[in-house]
Ligand binder design. Structure first.
Ligand SMILES: [Zn+2]
Ligand SMILES: [Zn+2]
Length: 137
């Protein structure tokens, strides 16, 4: 990195901070402004500022986590999850927490592992199925 480029980067970096702070822009907008103002440093600026946010279980993107975490399951459960679009077969809500996903045998025969006979349900829904008055076991 030569000296002039480095000082330009520092100027841009300082401007980035100023934009960010004083104009209350989000990071993306601030870096776009910097790119326009200092096109020569866009590359180093890009490597310096990582605008790709980290996914967290709390950002509302539950489908992302359901898909990701379904890898932890054996084939039968993940097939069920896929077929049901990661929704509970009983209440229809998306799975939020994989520990609560259980497989229910529709015909009550726990040796029947036909895909048709299996639905993925929440733990609480599963209890409801079995303690409810549907007569199914
Ligand atoms: Zn449910
Ligand atoms: Zn069951």
């Amino acid at each position: 990195m030569d000296g002039s480029r480095f000082s330009l980067w520092r100027t841009a970096h300082r401007a980035f901070k100023v934009f960010n702070k004083e104009k209350k822009l989000n990071r993306y907008k601030a870096s776009e402004l910097i790119k326009k103002a200092f096109p020569a440093v866009s590359r180093s600026e890009n490597s310096h500022v990582n605008v790709k946010g980290n996914k967290s279980p709390y950002d509302g993107d539950t489908l992302y986590w359901s898909k990701r975490n379904s890898k932890l399951y054996d084939g039968a459960t993940s097939k069920c999850l896929k077929r049901q679009h990661h929704s509970c077969g009983h209440c229809g809500l998306k799975f939020m927490d994989d520990e609560r996903v259980q497989l229910h045998h529709i015909d009550g025969n726990h040796d029947n592992w036909e895909p048709k006979n299996l639905i993925a349900v929440h733990h609480s829904c599963h209890q409801h199925i079995h303690t409810g008055k549907t007569g199914k076991v």
